[in-house]
Design a protein around this ligand. Structure first.
Ligand code: NAP
Length: 368
């Protein structure tokens, strides 16, 4: 063997060994450790924690320290929280690629949940927008707890008076995703023909109502049992995917909002107007390594070879968009759809239910 061949062989071997080591490191689940001890005299609250990656059975409902609001921070007594597929991804640490951020082996943070609604319990120095007793909604990592601390300039807004705490908690992630998908990525304008694939889930039920509020002609795609629900939200047309495949129909759309990602992009192209826009929001989660990431990579590539736009949304939580949604809610244009309400300590069962991907609207959990 020549010297060059030996060097190339050694480099290839090192590369394979490196990739194998990375694959093992990234997919390894460290065992669940003991609970974090709490110093004597520290005020405690109940929270949902997951000291390791796994299914809902690794979740614990246990005592943790009550967070204290610092400068320009608000302490919220949480009355209700909402679940999102995001929580399931953080719980399981899948797709594995996300562990580069959420933690290798075990989660960097053992707390879970994002969406909440509640009452301001205390404010830190310098807070001007909120005072104790205000009813609020917002998003904050670790929201599955009796209290949450949020910076006043982050995703925190007054709760619309016409919503219960359960309805208010349902808003942040799902409604902001629908709004940003339609308005920012889809650039929907009055008169546009908009199709929403996955119209009966958490994001979809908001998307149908927001698209109508933006003046679009809306087609919702759902299964037979949800046809009436989607119609009741204002959809002009409903396609029952058990009977018909929207990618084989005659109708063309200006914007397609895809919460499911179950059709190849080449099939979706066929029913998109030549200058239409496809917005990928959700994708199949069966691939434990990359999840929807592959689909997210394919969409921009498709844009390169097409007059149609293929966009990917990564929703960003912010107070301005929660304010826009509050206006739509106060105007009666948007009302959260609640499927089931669990008790806070029953969040493991709520996560199991959400994982079935059969939720009709939002799944929430509330304190008694
Ligand atoms: N990109 C982002 O920033 C972002 C933000 C939020 C969520 N997401 C993703 O968006 C997706 C949807 O989230 P979600 O909160 O709406 O989830 P969800 O509430 O769990 O969605 C459940 C709904 O999906 C419907 N569905 C399942 N299979 C379907 C199919 N083949 N065709 C049409 N509808 C189908 C179900 O209706 P049937 O029972 O009638 O089938 C059910 O109503 C998830 O993948 C989530 O991870 C992404």
């Amino acid at each position: 063997m020549t010297r060059t061949k030996k060097i190339v062989g050694a480099v290839a071997l090192l590369l394979v060994a490196g990739i194998a080591a990375l694959a093992v490191a990234i997919s390894r689940n460290a065992p669940c450790g003991p609970s974090v001890p709490i110093a004597p005299g520290v005020a405690t609250m109940k929270a949902i924690v997951h000291p390791c990656y796994g299914k809902a059975d690794v979740l614990r409902y246990e005592d943790v320290a009550v967070p204290q609001p610092g400068d320009r921070e608000v302490l919220v007594e949480v009355r209700a929280v909402a679940l999102n597929p995001l929580d399931w991804h953080y719980l399981t640490g899948t797709p594995y690629v996300m562990r580069l951020d959420s933690g290798l082996g075990r989660p960097r943070s053992d707390r879970l949940g994002v969406d909440f609604a509640g009452v301001v319990a205390a404010v830190g120095p310098g807070v001007t927008r909120f005072k104790p007793g205000d009813e609020v909604l917002g998003s904050r990592f670790g929201a599955f707890a009796e209290y949450a601390v949020v910076a006043e300039d982050r995703a925190l807004v007054p709760k619309p008076s016409r919503l219960s705490f359960e309805q208010a908690a349902a808003v942040p992630v799902a409604a902001i995703t629908a709004l940003q998908g339609l308005r920012d990525k889809g650039r929907v304008k009055a008169g546009d023909k908009v199709l929403i694939n996955g119209a009966s889930g958490g994001v979809g039920t908001f998307a149908v109502q927001i698209a109508k509020a933006l003046g679009a002609e809306v087609t919702g795609v759902c299964s037979t049992r949800n046809v009436e629900l989607v119609r009741s939200l204002g959809a002009d047309h409903v396609i029952d995917y058990k009977q018909d495949d929207f990618t084989r129909g005659d109708r063309r759309y200006d914007v397609i909002i895809d919460n499911v990602g179950n059709h190849p992009l080449r099939a979706v192209r066929r029913v998109l107007e030549p200058d239409g826009t496809y917005v990928m929001i959700g994708g199949p989660k069966d691939d434990r390594w990359l999840g929807p990431v592959l689909g997210f990579l394919k969409a921009p590539l498709m844009s390169l070879v097409s007059s149609q736009r293929f966009e990917v949304l990564l929703a960003g939580m912010n107070a301005a968009d929660l304010g826009v949604l509050n206006s739509m809610i106060e105007a009666g244009q948007v009302t959260p759809v609640i499927d089931r309400t669990y008790a806070l300590q029953d969040i493991p069962a709520a996560i199991d239910y959400l994982e079935t991907q059969r939720a009709r609207g939002k799944v929430v959990a509330a304190r008694p």
